[in-house]
Design a protein around this ligand. Structure first.
Ligand SMILES: O=c1nc[nH]c2c1ncn2[C@H]1C[C@H](O)[C@@H](COP(=O)(O)OP(=O)(O)OP(=O)(O)O)O1
Ligand SMILES: [Mg+2]
Length: 196
C-alpha cells in the first residue's frame, strides 16, 4: 500500500486522516510513527504559514512528499479567536478540556445567534524541488453552552455544525468525516492524491 506522511502528532487528526485516506488505499504515516521528531514551533500568524512550516520541515528533513494540517476554531464573537492559537488557547500544554472551558467562559452572556463559528483546516503539500501549495476547508456552525459527546477531539464537544442538533463529538467518525473542514480541504486535493 502507498504511504503518505502527515506532519502531525495529533491523534485526533491522525484518526480523521486514516479514515479519509482509506478510499484511496493510502496508508497514513504520522510523526508518531517516526522516532525522535521534535515539536515544530508554529511561529506563523496564519493557518497557511503554520501548515507550510510543518510540511516543509519534515519534507526537507527526509526528502519526501509531506502534507501538514493546520487547523482551528474561529469564533465570530471573539473576533476570530482562538484561530491559529486554537491548540494553545489555554496554555502551552495543549489541553483540549481547558481550551473548551476558556471558549465557553469567554462566550458567557453571548446569545445563541451571536455564537456563530467555523472550523478551518488548511493543508500544505510540500514536495521535493516543488513549491508548497495549499487547500482550505471550512465548516460553519455554532458554539454550544456545555460539552456534549464522546467522539472526536479538540473542540468537537462544543461545536454544532450548521443545521445539526448534535455536536461533532456526538457524531460517529464517518459522519464527521462527511462534513468536516478536513474533509473539504482534502476534497480539493483529490486529483493530486489520485496521481500519487
Ligand atoms: O476536527 C476538529 N475537531 C475539533 N477540534 C479541532 C479540529 N481540527 C482542529 N481542531 C482544534 C484542535 C487544536 O486545538 C487546534 C489545531 O491546532 P494545530 O496546531 O493545527 O494542531 P496540533 O498542534 O494539535 O497538532 P499538529 O500541529 O502536530 O498537527 O484546532
Ligand atoms: Mg500544532
Amino acid at each position: 500500500m502507498k504511504e503518505l506522511i502527515i506532519a502531525t502528532k495529533n491523534k485526533g487528526k491522525i484518526r480523521d486522516f486514516e479514515q479519509l485516506f482509506s478510499p484511496f488505499s493510502i496508508q497514513v504515516k504520522s510523526l508518531l510513527d517516526i522516532e525522535g521528531i521534535e515539536d515544530i514551533e508554529e511561529t506563523g500568524s496564519t493557518f497557511e504559514e503554520n501548515a507550510a512550516i510543518k510540511a516543509e520541515a519534515i519534507s526537507n528533513k527526509f526528502g519526501v512528499t509531506v502534507i501538514a494540517d493546520d487547523s482551528g476554531l474561529v469564533v465570530d464573537a471573539l473576533n476570530g479567536a482562538p484561530g491559529v492559537y486554537s491548540a494553545r488557547y489555554a496554555g502551552e500544554d495543549k489541553d483540549d478540556q481547558a481550551n473548551i472551558e476558556k471558549v465557553l467562559s469567554e462566550l458567557q452572556g453571548t446569545s445563541e445567534e451571536n455564537r456563530t463559528a467555523r472550523f478551518v483546516c488548511v493543508l500544505a503539500v510540500s514536495q521535493p524541488a516543488k513549491e508548497t501549495f495549499f487547500t482550505r476547508g471550512e465548516c460553519e456552525g455554532t458554539i454550544g453552552y456545555q460539552v456534549k459527546g464522546e467522539h472526536g477531539f479538540g473542540y468537537d464537544p462544543i461545536f454544532y455544525p450548521l443545521n445539526s442538533r448534535r455536536t461533532m463529538a456526538e457524531m460517529r467518525p464517518e459522519e464527521k468525516n462527511q462534513i468536516s473542514h478536513r474533509k473539504k480541504a482534502l476534497d480539493q486535493l483529490k486529483k493530486w492524491v489520485e496521481q500519487l
